[in-house]
Design a protein. Structure first.
Length: 145
């Protein structure tokens, strides 16, 4: 857990929950995705914030793998975390390409919000996994992410 970079989880939740509900289901089209791009940039921390999300996603996978060593039934959640991390990385890479092409301002809101959703869901799934297993480090994990 010491490898996790500090991220304001409330900001990430605000960005993510603008697009999906707490379970990850897309919100109604009329309610979703209406956050201003500059507000989103500030909440996420721009490209540096997205890089932190990407780095932390690898740590979250390691934490799931660690628990999986004692509880093989955790495998489906660990695999889901891996898929979420791939999605997050894809969105971040799209934004890096947009920056190089001079299209970052146009692309940021779409891809950054989806990256935030991926990260948000990863944290929820990992917490659920630790809670189900009643793992002793749950309180530490809750504070860290």
């Amino acid at each position: 857990m010491s490898q996790l970079l500090w991220i304001d989880r409330d900001n990430i939740a605000e960005v993510a929950l603008n697009l999906v509900d707490e379970s990850g289901r897309p919100k109604d089209v009329t309610d979703a995705g209406c956050m201003d791009a500059s507000r989103m940039w500030n909440l996420i921390g721009g490209l540096d914030g997205l890089a932190a999300l990407e780095k932390n996603s690898a740590v979250l996978i390691d934490l799931a793998f660690y628990l999986q060593q004692w509880y093989p039934e955790a495998l489906p959640i660990a695999e889901r975390l891996r898929l979420d991390a791939k999605q997050l990385k894809w969105h971040v890479n799209r934004l890096k390409a947009a920056e190089q092409n001079g299209n970052l301002q146009v692309s940021f809101a779409f891809y950054a919000q989806r990256a935030a959703v991926s990260y948000y869901l990863m944290t929820r799934r990992l917490l659920m996994l630790y809670e189900i297993r009643n793992f002793s480090r749950l309180a530490d994990l809750q504070q860290a992410i």
